[in-house]
Design a protein around this ligand. Sequence first.
Ligand SMILES: NC(=O)c1ccc[n+]([C@@H]2O[C@H](COP(=O)([O-])OP(=O)(O)OC[C@H]3O[C@@H](n4cnc5c(N)ncnc54)[C@H](O)[C@@H]3O)[C@@H](O)[C@H]2O)c1
Length: 350
Amino acid sequence: MTQPSDKALVPFVSVDNMMRLVHHIGIEQMLIEIAGYIEDDFKRWELFDKTPRVASHSDVGVIELMPTSDGEAYGFKYVNGHPKNTSEGLQTVTAFGLLADVYTGYPVLLTEMTLLTALRTAATSAMAAKYLAPKGATTMAMIGNGAQSEFQTLAMKAIVGITEVRLYDTDKAATEKCARNLAGMGVSVVKCATPEEAMHGAQILTTCTADKKNATILSDNMVGAGVHINAIGGDCPGKTELAAGILERADVFVEFPEQTRIEGEIQQMAEDFPVTELWEVITGAKTGRRDDKQITLFDGVGFAIEDFSALRYVRDRVKGTEFADMLDMLADPDDPRDLFGMLQRSKVAA
Ligand SMILES: NC(=O)c1ccc[n+]([C@@H]2O[C@H](COP(=O)([O-])OP(=O)(O)OC[C@H]3O[C@@H](n4cnc5c(N)ncnc54)[C@H](O)[C@@H]3O)[C@@H](O)[C@H]2O)c1
């Protein structure tokens, strides 16, 4: 068998290696480091190619491609969202992604992104909360205790400093699972029977539920002054979590308005509904939280630049380690124009 050249080999991070990497670094440390990469990329937001993700909807879910480039590297993520999947023993969200060198167009990393999406989503939420939540926030209500919930909690602990999480899910088994997973992780966990109970005393309200419809996870009368809402679950056309009245009372912060107006909570509002782009708060161009009474809302739908940051992070972190396998992924003949000859020679060698 002919051996592939070095350039044909692309580092590949399997799910197994991603899990080993997380344990090697420590999950909270990794969340902090990914948030750092995302924050750096939000500071140079203007130089990225930006486009709403390319979505293919079906009756049961959505499959999306999320591309972006900073001119030196190009990245994309493949991700699905299928709320019915858990009832069939499958995950709601799965993903993988690729980073390429813009100069040659050659891929430089292929990686699982199901775990990485949970990490980057939580890191993004916590980065937003660092700028928007009331100073000294200690308590978070976590509504929706599915796959993302532990990641959200640990990121808010590591980056914002919360010490208590109050869990609520319509499915008690999900709350039990989340509480079990968070036991001994340094955050006090309270299991709640209603969303109101979960919100009691919380300065940060995270909604991370999955349903393919316009749901009302939080109604207007449930939300008091001064809180920060981290709304993550509404991320598709026709899929929202908050009553419109909350949006009217809140200052709304978004990733990329062109995408959020299609997919986020603000799809319920008029096209010119005022929003602030989060990157401008991070660069200091716009104000985030201005007073104790203000309701801040991060209408997070997940944007390609966050995945790009996560891909950059993994590329840097696995370089020269055993956390990547080299994948024979690119046909790279010695004579670049002799692709056919390479194929023919392999027949002789086989
Ligand atoms: N914004 C982003 O960047 C981003 C990233 C990843 C996932 N998501 C979205 O976040 C959501 C959650 O993802 P997941 O992987 O944790 O899903 P999941 O299916 O594992 O968990 C969702 C949980 O929500 C619960 N739930 C449904 N309706 C509820 C209600 N009315 N009140 C309380 N709980 C309710 C379900 O019982 C389930 O336990 C999905 O909609 C997904 O598309 C967003």
